[in-house]
Write a protein that binds this ligand. Structure first.
Ligand code: MG
Length: 404
């Protein structure tokens, strides 16, 4: 990939992507940037990287940015249509999909349809719309139907994982060939700030406490979801689509140091893991340089300084979100989209201080249980399931609030 389009450029993944680009002058050209409403930061990025085009969430932000950038020669697009046009219609061979949430779904699909390679950080593309992405990719790349999952080890691979756990698994599987003998995938989780807490104690958790992640610096929603193990639940589903491994063969282990980013157990009993500093620039860069490795701005790893690596089983009773991921994944079709949407609504409400922390999993679980999934949904059906789940979650939360 030489010419890049970065979706979500002012967010955590986007900023770290630009940091990687900055650390290798002349290696990549930024052709497009997309951001929500952070016009100040986007303006600074445009002045530094000189993209042809940018996209922002709405016309008001676009108008503001056009005024500030007049004479710069950068085209400013707006809204979902602008975002999709930026992702699919801008010259460039690589797209970094770093917009969080279902908003990242349409431009990611558009980029894949346009034949661009996507470095995927937006998990919702696979969690909510895994069957859609799989159908699209297999239609466009017939050879992909032979592969177990959507992440393949080819120089022309259309989809590369950026999520640290999935990048780790992808790296562990490199060189294993098509007949790879995988017994299990082992996703690691830091356990978040409430590891070892009881259920009762969790009831009083505030947004401020949930936003204090011990090892990773991420956006607000994903930080809360990590504290619930909900993020890991989504990553189980993401792993299923990326690597084509059944849910019975995907494990989660708590690893508080966040040094081992995930592992693969093979049928002969060997286990390969990928280790590194907890720095997203490493998996981002691997996706951008794949199949090569380049020196990275991420710090190296001093194991003697780390001292110890600990592992323990997840507490599935205190953190029931994890089980919801397996339940939704096994139900398949639109079920993961429903889990994703319901928990998004609940996390949003928790962040506003209007929902107790443990109620997030409760609401998401109830909405999931109510849903009758459609197998092999279209994109429209996925979005309809998403809307339905948000509506159900909101009315469920209203009913809960009335009883407090
Ligand atoms: Mg992750």
């Amino acid at each position: 990939m030489r010419d890049l389009i970065v979706l979500g450029s002012t967010g955590s993944i986007g900023r770290q992507t630009l940091d990687v680009v900055r650390s290798h002058p002349g290696r990549w050209r930024i052709q497009g940037l997309a951001a929500g409403g952070d016009v100040d930061r986007l303006e600074a990025q445009v002045r530094e990287f000189r993209p042809r085009r940018v996209a922002v969430a709405d016309e008001a932000a676009a108008g503001e940015l056009r005024g500030r950038l007049s004479g710069e020669g950068t085209e400013v697009l707006a809204g979902t249509a602008g975002l999709v046009e930026l992702a699919a219609g801008t010259p460039g061979d690589g797209v970094v999909s770093g917009i969080a949430g279902v908003a990242g779904l349409a431009p990611t699909l558009a980029a894949l349809r346009a034949g661009k390679r996507v470095a995927l950080a937006n998990k919702e593309s696979l969690v909510a719309a895994g069957p859609v992405v799989r159908r699209e990719l297999r239609a466009r790349y017939p050879w992909l139907a032979e592969a177990p999952g959507l992440a393949v080890h080819r120089a022309d691979a259309p989809l590369l994982p950026v999520d640290s756990e999935h990048s780790a698994i992808f790296q562990c599987l490199a060189g294993e060939g098509a007949s790879r003998q995988v017994a299990r995938l082992i996703l690691t989780a830091s356990g978040g700030p409430f590891r070892g807490w009881s259920r009762q104690r969790l009831a009083g958790v505030t947004a401020e406490q949930a936003l204090r992640h011990p090892t990773w610096r991420m956006g607000a929603r994903i930080t809360v979801e990590s504290a619930l193990l909900m993020n890991k639940a989504l990553e189980v589903i993401e792993a299923h689509f990326l690597f084509g491994v059944g849910y019975d063969q995907i494990d989660v282990v708590i690893h508080p140091q966040s040094i081992v980013h995930s592992l693969v157990a093979f049928v002969d009993g060997s286990v390969l893991g990928q280790l590194g500093a907890a720095d997203m620039r490493l998996p981002i860069q691997y996706a951008l340089t794949y199949p090569e490795r380049w020196p990275s701005p991420a710090p190296g790893l001093d194991l003697a300084e780390v001292g110890r690596l600990e592992f323990e089983p997840p507490d599935r009773e205190t953190f029931p979100s994890l089980e919801l991921g397996y339940r939704a994944g096994r139900a398949g079709g639109t079920a993961p989209a429903v889990l994703n949407a319901a928990k998004e609504e609940a996390v949003e409400r928790f962040l506003q201080g209007r929902l107790p922390f443990p109620a997030v999993a409760e609401v998401a679980g109830e909405v999931l249980a109510e849903h009758r999934p459609l197998a092999e949904p279209t994109l429209e059906e996925v979005l309809e399931a998403d809307r339905w789940a948000r509506e159900r979650a909101r009315s469920r939360m209203e009913a809960m609030a009335a009883t407090w």
